[in-house]
Write a protein that binds this ligand. Structure first.
Ligand SMILES: [Zn+2]
Length: 113
């Protein structure tokens, strides 16, 4: 399961952060998931709750922020509206993805005694 390996990688970083701060528990996580990242937020959530049992994240909440795909022209920076051809009409160059393929750990809230 793709989402499970993402959670594993994510949690490695969360645990390292928690350890570095001497945290007793992780309260909340926020991740940004791009529309084109290939991640299903629902699967990610269930992988998360499976993974968290008995860890420092046991009582934590996972907040998933979905990031829509956004394209722009790499030459004139004109944003390409949704549903349009992924090519700049004036520069005749292919559009470049600006956002929407990320899997990004945005924020960790933890309890530090
Ligand atoms: Zn252009």
């Amino acid at each position: 399961m793709h989402e499970y390996s993402i959670i594993q990688a994510l949690m490695g970083r969360v645990e390292a952060e928690a350890r570095a701060h001497g945290a007793s528990a992780v309260v909340r996580l926020r991740v940004r998931i791009g529309e084109l990242s290939g991640v299903e937020p629902e699967l990610l959530s269930s992988a998360y709750s499976m993974w968290c049992e008995g860890t420092i994240c046991d009582a934590s909440k996972l907040e998933i922020v979905r990031v829509p795909a956004a394209w722009a022209c790499p030459e004139c920076q004109r944003p390409i509206p949704r549903g349009e051809r992924l090519r700049c009409a004036s520069c005749e160059v292919p559009a470049r993805l600006r956002q929407g393929d990320e899997i990004f750990l945005d924020r960790i809230e933890m309890e530090v005694p």
